[in-house]
Design a protein around this ligand. Structure first.
Ligand SMILES: [Zn+2]
Length: 98
């Protein structure tokens, strides 16, 4: 599907694939700067969320002493429980928002 859009920068009509990254054939300006900004903002937000909810899981080594293994596995259990709860809340929010 091809469409054309009037370039907001130079006023010429240009082929438009309805992608936020489409550029004017005449001046190389973005045909839909608003959509491009929204897409950039969305990408940035997703990266930010991923950073917040990425938990560094405890690594249990084979040569750890038994006691270290024991408390590390408890810590890991808490981490897994925490991640499950956070994922559940995110899923619930997505469900409610949708
Ligand atoms: Zn243009």
């Amino acid at each position: 599907m091809s469409a054309s859009k009037k370039c907001p920068h130079c006023g010429q009509w240009s082929g438009w694939q309805q992608n936020p990254t489409d550029r004017c054939e005449h001046c190389q300006g973005l045909l839909d700067p608003g959509a491009f900004d929204r897409q950039q903002a969305q990408v940035a937000r997703q990266a930010e969320e991923k950073k917040h909810f990425t938990v560094d899981f405890i690594q249990i080594n084979h040569n750890d002493p038994p006691f270290t293994k024991f408390y590390k596995s408890i810590g890991l259990g808490f981490q897994l429980a925490f991640v499950s709860i956070v994922s559940f809340i995110l899923w619930l929010l997505a469900l409610l928002a949708g």
